[in-house]
Every structure is written in C-alpha cells, then in structure tokens.
Write a protein that binds this ligand. Structure first.
Ligand code: G
Ligand code: G
Ligand code: MN
Ligand code: NA
Length: 254
C-alpha cells in the first residue's frame, strides 16, 4: 500500500529515469540500438530496480501511466541518437501485458512517435509470451495496427513462457529475444547449447531475427555468432547506461 502511494508520488514528481543497454550486431560487433530499462530514484531508498516495483505497478494499474512515460522518453532519446549521427539506431521498450489490454495503447505509441518525430521502424516493443497465449481476435488486430506504424514487435525472455508456439504464426512478430537463462552458460551447458541452437534454427525458418540476451563473455558471443544468431546484448558489451550518459557512451564505443 505504501509502495503504491510512493509510486503515485513518483509519477507526479518524475522520479523515474531510463537506462539503455546496447544491442550489438554479432557479425560486426557494431551497436544497432538499445533496450530501455526503467529505474526509480526513490527520495529515501535510493535507486530501486524494476523487479521491486513493476509487479505492484501492474497490479494497481499504474503501469499504464508509467509505461506511457517510458515509451515517450524512449522515442525522444532515440531521436537524439539519430540526430547525433547514429541514424539507423532503434530503441526497444518493455511493455507489460496490461498495457496491451488498455484501450489506448495504439494511440500512446502513435503519439510518442509523432511527438519525437521518430519513424515507427526505430521503435521496438518487447512483450512476453504470456500475452500472446490468449490469441484473441482483438489482440491480433491491435498488434497488426501497431505493426502498420512500422513498429517492430519482439518476444522477450523467449523460451521461458508458455510452450504453445502457434502464436508465432498468428502475430506479426519480428524478433525472438532468447532468455539469458539459456544463453548465459551456453558454452559449458550442453542442454542449453542444444536449446539455443534449435531456437535460432526455428527462428530462421520463420524469418524472425534473434537476439541472445545475457552475453557475458567472448566465447558465448562467438558461439551465438556460429549458430547465426543476429544480435547480442549483455555485460560483455555494456551494463545498462544512464540516459544522460548514453550518447557519450556510443561515441566512445569503437
Ligand atoms: O535491469 P533489469 O533489472 O532492468 O530489468 C528487470 C526486469 O524489469 C526485466 O524483466 C525488464 O523486462 C523489466 N523492465 C525494465 N524496464 C521496464 C519498463 O519500462 N516497463 C516494464 N513493463 N518492464 C520493465
Ligand atoms: O527481462 P528482460 O530481458 O527485459 O531483462 C533485462 C534484464 O537483464 C535487466 O535486469 C538487465 O539488467 C539484465 N541483464 C542485461 N545483461 C545482462 C547480463 O549480461 N547478465 C545478467 N546476469 N543480466 C543482464
Ligand atoms: Mn526486455
Ligand atoms: Na529477457
């Protein structure tokens, strides 16, 4: 209850900030964009991570307001990167299932793009498998409409959710982000190696791109690249970087 009141205050007082973790092309190691990850600068408790407040925000419905702010900020940031010369960069935003059930999410995305003067192809929305299990006509139409803005849809934490894969045929999904629990120790774990390889093969067959998450060392990056995974994300390249430092970071990354 306290947390919910604090969250209401946090929205009013703009206590949230975004960090950005770069996503790298595994063939040439160049940064192609970043994932936005929210943090909360709590006046008394210091920096709070999303695992500590997103579930409460979801339960209370405050996620809609927070999520709207995240999409808006991420679009503005990506526009700044493009203006700074990184013209093909994309920004990925995590979107909770609840947000897709809110009736104005399409308008929220469209307004954020217009406000930042950002083309839809620069924005990616990450959703979890649990959302797509429903496979409703309404959801299908909504995701189609969002795709028509040029926005890319991707599945976050792929492999850890529901195992019925038929949704991959039904929705306009562009990318699978392979969960870091499979990727992290892929070089030493035969079962994870088999799973990661199979996910990448399947994605190829479906013309989906793949991102390996939680890449912490060079061997993992090379293995993913050998398996023809397209992109990587993880501490090997960078931890999430604070919003105001990100342009400096991408300029210094060579
Ligand atoms: O670094 P990390 O602690 O940032 O992220 C933990 C979890 O919080 C991840 O599962 C991530 O998807 C989620 N998360 C991070 N930022 C956001 C956000 O802006 N909105 C939502 N809904 N989830 C987020
Ligand atoms: O669920 P999602 O993929 O959105 O969550 C991203 C989370 O993964 C964030 O908490 C982020 O800080 C974390 N993360 C990013 N890269 C790495 C990594 O290389 N290793 C580990 N252990 N966590 C990572
Ligand atoms: Mn994510
Ligand atoms: Na993930």
């Amino acid at each position: 209850l306290n947390l919910i009141n604090d969250l209401r205050q946090a929205i009013k007082k703009q206590e949230f900030f975004l960090t950005y973790q770069p996503k790298v092309d595994l063939t040439n190691k160049k940064i192609i964009g970043a994932e936005a990850l929210i943090r909360w600068q709590h006046p008394k408790k210091g920096v709070i991570y999303p695992d500590q407040f997103i579930p409460e925000a979801e339960k209370s419905g405050l996620i809609n307001e927070i999520g709207e702010w995240v999409i808006k900020q991420a679009c503005l940031a990506c526009k700044d990167w493009i203006t700074a010369g990184f013209k093909d960069f994309t920004v990925a935003v995590n979107v909770s299932s609840q947000q897709f059930k809110q009736d104005n999410i399409y308008q929220v995305v469209k307004t954020a793009l217009n406000n930042a003067k950002l083309a839809g192809k620069h924005l990616e929305l990450e959703m979890t498998e649990s959302l797509l299990v429903e496979n409703s006509h309404e959801l299908k139409k909504l995701l189609q409409d969002i795709s028509l803005l040029g926005v890319h849809l991707s599945i976050d934490d792929f492999g850890t959710g529901y195992s019925n894969l038929s949704y991959l045929k039904e929705f306009d999904i562009k990318t699978l982000k392979i969960d870091r629990s499979f990727v992290n120790d892929v070089e030493n774990n035969g079962k994870n190696k088999a799973l990661v390889k199979a996910i990448i093969q399947m994605a190829k067959g479906l013309e989906l791109t793949t991102v390996g998450e939680g890449v912490e060392n060079q061997q993992v990056a090379e293995l993913l690249s050998d398996f023809t995974c397209d992109y990587g994300q993880g501490y090997l390249w960078s931890k999430p970087v604070r919003d105001k430092d990100f342009i400096k970071f991408i300029h210094s990354y060579a």
